[in-house]
Design a protein around this ligand. Structure first.
Ligand SMILES: [Zn+2]
Ligand SMILES: [Zn+2]
Length: 281
């Protein structure tokens, strides 16, 4: 995998790129704007061009925008859907302006709605975004921890989105902590093999461009979204080692979204790099 990390751009793009490259990151994920607001600002074209140059100089080949946590494509509230579409279209525009290949989004929640109706609405919302997607950008749906009525908690459901919406620029991001919380037992080679088999069956591995590599301390199937340090949680060394052993994932991107400060990021990067190097040896 091409390993990297989520970085904050509060201190500017230069500091973010420097932080990632200090750990030898080959991929970088950022929030395009404040992830908890519906407001959008026009893309900072000059800043984005500099960000692209800095990534190139640092050897960071892959970049991803993580969309806002407010996005809900399955809501029956028109205002929420309109706001979500505005945010998503904005992120795609920023990505295109900055030479950023991927935009990753959560799908949202079915709330109290009938899942059939809400699923159809979410497909329509995705289709409307994809109708105008810039040519060089890929939109990815992230698997959820599956709590309550969250959308996209199973590989089957993500696969249904892929088939129903049927657009070549629609892909999937698989978050290991969310998968564990949704009941996928990925703490062993056998569990990871089953998980990837089911992924291939329902989604197709060619649609999976990105993994969020996070450990977690919650119980299997607990449906709780809590990220933890690599190899220090329930997925553990064995789970990540099993992912690292699968050659069909060599060209995928793996991004850490682990908690803590810069020193924690550096430690988590060293751990995941060591696990992947060990598996390749
Ligand atoms: Zn994630
Ligand atoms: Zn999460």
């Amino acid at each position: 995998m091409r390993l990297g990390m989520h970085v904050h751009v509060r201190g500017g793009y230069a500091a973010a790129v420097e932080h990632a490259s200090r750990s030898g990151a080959q991929a970088i994920q950022i929030f395009s704007a404040t992830p908890r607001s519906y407001r959008v600002a026009p893309p900072d074209i000059q800043g984005l061009a500099k960000f692209r140059d800095m990534r190139e100089n640092a050897g960071i080949a892959s970049a991803i925008i993580h969309s806002s946590y407010l996005i809900n494509l399955a809501s029956d509230d028109e205002k929420i859907v309109a706001g979500s579409l505005r945010l998503l279209n904005h992120d795609l525009e920023v990505a295109a302006a900055g030479g950023i290949r991927y935009v990753n989004t959560h799908l949202g929640s079915y709330g109290m709605r009938s899942r059939v109706e809400a699923f159809a609405d979410a497909c329509r919302a995705l289709a409307s975004v994809l109708a105008n997607i810039p040519r060089d950008v890929i939109l990815m749906m992230e698997n959820s921890a599956g709590a309550g009525q969250l959308c996209g908690g199973t590989l089957e459901e993500l696969g249904r989105f892929i088939r129903e919406v049927d657009h070549p620029q629609l892909g999937v991001c698989l978050d290991t902590a969310h998968a564990w919380a949704a009941g996928y037992e990925i703490n062993s080679q056998r569990g990871v093999d089953d998980f990837l088999y089911t992924t291939a069956e329902h989604i197709g591995l060619d649609r999976v461009h990105l993994f969020h590599l996070n450990d977690t301390q919650v119980d299997l199937g607990a449906n709780r979204d809590r990220h933890w340090h690599i190899a220090e949680g329930k997925i553990g060394f064995a789970g990540f080692r099993a992912l690292a052993s699968r050659p069909e994932l060599n060209e995928k991107i793996g991004v850490l979204e682990t908690p803590g400060e810069a020193a924690d990021d550096e430690r988590n990067m060293r751990t995941i790099q060591m696990i992947f190097r060990g598996a390749a040896a």
